[in-house]
Design a protein around this ligand. Structure first.
Ligand code: ZN
Length: 186
């Protein structure tokens, strides 16, 4: 399974709501395998399909040595919150305080189309919220308080990865189709 390039902040695919998966087919299983391999290569604790340019509601995680994936997830969150720093593979090097719900219950499907419920607290809850946000075009900077977000965006503007993409005009062309999970033509 090939490792896919990770899209960085500035790429429009990251701020576009992803489409529900309708076909639980071989392409979907390949997408899940690619996500897991790309997440491990990075390495990261979670990765959502839009981060590799595929605008479908799929994400994977690896938290406390448990690897999981969810298709078309919905989330129930506790009112109780947690503090803690968070990072994102689409913002290389950034880590900032990001408030999240302490507990999350995610309902969705496996890649074989079976219903599944995943319950998490603390870091797993944080990962489930972060990755579900990606499917809605929401990024962790959107969850930060105003001052933290300002500092984070300043670091983005000064970062090599952001400037390399914008100066060369090399932000990738996004090709998205809900029926083509491998929309990776570039
Ligand atoms: Zn992320």
């Amino acid at each position: 399974m090939p490792i896919q390039p990770i899209r960085f902040f500035g790429d429009p695919v990251l701020t576009t709501p992803a489409s529900p998966v309708t076909d639980f087919d071989k392409e979907l299983r390949t997408l899940v395998a690619d996500l897991i391999e790309t997440m491990h290569d990075a390495p990261g604790a979670g990765l959502a399909a839009p981060q590799i340019g595929v605008s479908l509601r799929v994400f994977v995680w690896d938290v406390d040595d448990e690897i999981g994936h969810l298709i078309n997830p919905t989330l129930d969150l506790s009112d109780e919150l947690q503090d803690g720093e968070e990072g994102c593979l689409s913002f290389p090097g950034l880590r900032y305080e990001t408030p999240r719900a302490l507990r999350a219950v995610a309902k969705g499907f496996t890649m074989h189309g079976e219903p599944i419920t995943v319950e998490g607290t603390e870091f797993l809850a944080r990962a489930l919220q972060h990755e579900t946000d990606h499917l809605n075009g929401i990024l962790f900077v959107d969850r930060m308080d105003k001052l933290t977000r300002k500092a984070a965006m300043q670091e983005v503007r000064e970062s090599e990865w952001f400037n390399a993409a914008t100066e060369s005009g090399s932000q990738p062309i996004i090709r998205v189709s809900p029926h083509n999970t491998r929309g990776l033509g570039n």
